[in-house]
Design a binder for this molecule. Sequence first.
Ligand code: AMP
Ligand code: GLY
Length: 427
Amino acid sequence: MKVLLLGSGGREHALAWKIAQSSILDELYIAPGNAGTRQFGKNIPISPIDFDAVKLFVLENNIEMVVVGPEEPLVLGIYDFFIADPDLYKIPVIGPSKYGAQLEGSKDFAKAFMNRHSIPTAKYATFTIDNLEEGLTFLKNMKSPYVLKADGLAAGKGVLIIHDLDEAQAELKSMLQHEKFGEASKKVVIEQFLDGIELSVFIVTDGHSFKLLPEAKDYKRIGEGDTGPNTGGMGAISPVPFADAAFMDKVHNRIIVPTVKGLKSEGIVYKGFVFFGLICVKGDPYVIEYNCRMGDPETEVVIPRLKSDILDLFEGIASNTLSERDIQFIDKSAATVMMVAGGYPDVYEKGKQIYGLNSVVDSLVFHAGTIADGPSVLTSGGRVLAVTSYGKNIEVAIEKAYEAVSKISFEGAYYRKDLGQDVLSQK
Ligand code: AMP
Ligand code: GLY
């Protein structure tokens, strides 16, 4: 099979690594890819949201499947673009329809969907400029902290958690009146604050049945002890110690099954990954958010634990035969440490030479923000490398990941040294 993978981050490097191991792969292309993905296929300088360029490439190169990494092309409707085109409609796209991608693309859509299907989530209300006054009163009647969410995609920055009422009201005004997050904050969801510990759960679905992937916990804050600003993710572990069988049963029955059934009963076309951002409150799972794609850095810790052929699963998705496919996992824990550029998530420098990549032997180094410069590899983003190691348990996996990280260097490199400590100290 000839496969085109869209995206350029650590998630796509991990997917490329896994797709390249498939017995049914003939050729892999990555658009645009990064310095890491070129080890496993051919990087193509095409933007994943330039659908016309994607079409041209797919037709000229007889691509037989398109796997979509990031959310943006999905939310913009790449699935529908293929289905509507007489030359493309037979080529499967792994990802949801534009309508289904609203699970991530619109917080209001996701909340209403959850309410329709009695899926546990924080209580909420949605406001626009037309009922701003009601929104301000709604905030006054809620307890601190206040959770304000821009309805649309806002590059991971659209959620505000605010302790002071005046400040929350000012932010609501700024989002609705002054479009603080542009189009994305024309609607704002205000919701109840849930106090608990987060984890990420993933499935693949063909719209009828689903397969559960290993769960993961990612570390979002830049600073140790979960302090400082949010980032795209500073690392992850899998499995998650507190996600025991009893908890995962609740996730299955209360969240995953009603979600897949809900999509089907509403006729929503969904063929791809569902990422459930969950929070465990006193032993019960609630949905914080849905994403219509895999997580990053969660992919870098979850996909290495998948034993089965990923293209076989994708084929099952494309042909509505996922229920007949076998899914197996590697019986080891994994940990991913993200190495980032000094200054990230604020201002940081790019173009720093990375040393030591070849000295890592027993770990996986996924490139997140890198660019090739002849034989050298330079940093090209805030999150630079995701270093993943296996272990017989989380402790060993984490230790090995840090050992591998210590062999790699670039000017200004930073990483969190406390990954996993929060959940391990609970045990
Ligand atoms: P989201 O983009 O919806 O995942 O939100 C970003 C982050 O904000 C989440 O990962 C949580 O840490 C936090 N968050 C979002 N909603 C809530 C909530 N209702 N209660 C507590 N924390 C929340
Ligand atoms: N790690 C969170 C995300 O991918 O959105």
